[in-house]
Design a protein around this ligand. Structure first.
Ligand code: HEC
Length: 190
């Protein structure tokens, strides 16, 4: 081999080695880039995951709120039915001069009106006003042990129950139940 051929061979070898190095560097960089972009994708996916979880929590909170409102409405209705029963028993007790029993019914009505107020934030104020107006009047009437006076106070209270039902656009059941109460008491007293 002469000198020139040797030089050409060395140059060729250097060229090949250079190309090899360049190719492997480029590949390394592109692998790293791929790595970074898949990391970003992972990050995006987990951010979306967090978004969905936040949305899920949001809708859970909404469901819980609706359930709570629903059960408060149910409780309020039950409280009202209890108010009806207490008014009925109270009237019986008064008509037959069972003043101890009547006293107990007024106490129960008082407690139950407090529950009614707790279960209806919209009507809370009106119920408390009703309670602080009529519970003392009923207590006083029971203490006086005068059937006629008691009947007057009971009727005044009863009419105020109905006045609120009208004002609050209560469903017709509220009126039906109270009408039944007053007719039961009327039948009994003849
Ligand atoms: C501040 C307003 C208010 C007062 C005072 C009030 N109520 Fe009510 N009552 C309501 C409303 C509102 C409803 C309807 C509840 C519903 O169905 O969601 C109702 C419903 C009722 C019902 C029907 C419950 C049912 O099964 O549907 C009865 C019985 C009742 N009330 C009795 C009474 C009696 C007795 C009193 C008096 C001691 C009274 N309420 C005082 C607002 C009132």
């Amino acid at each position: 081999m002469d000198k020139e051929k040797k030089i050409i061979l060395i140059l060729l070898a250097a060229l090949v080695i250079g190309m090899f190095i360049e190719v492997s560097l480029t590949q390394k960089v592109s692998w790293e880039l791929k790595g970074v972009s898949s990391d970003i994708k992972d990050l995006e996916t987990s951010i979306k995951g967090v978004d969905t979880s936040v949305k899920n929590v949001d809708s859970l909170v909404k469901i819980m709120k609706t359930n709570l409102e629903e059960s408060a409405r149910e409780s309020f209705k039950r409280d009202m039915q209890e108010n009806g029963r207490r008014m009925l028993s109270l009237d019986y007790a008064g008509k037959f001069s069972r003043w101890d029993a009547a006293k107990k019914e007024v106490d129960e009505l008082d407690k139950n009106l407090q529950d009614s107020a707790d279960h209806n934030s919209d009507l809370e104020q009106s119920i408390q006003t009703f309670r602080s107006t009529y519970v003392p009047k009923l207590r006083d009437a029971v203490d006086k042990k005068d059937i006629k006076n008691f009947e007057l106070v009971w009727n005044e209270t009863y009419n105020s129950c109905i006045a609120c039902h009208k004002g609050a656009s209560a469903p017709s059941t509220a009126f039906d139940v109270l009408r039944e109460i007053s007719s039961e008491v009327d039948q009994l007293s003849g």
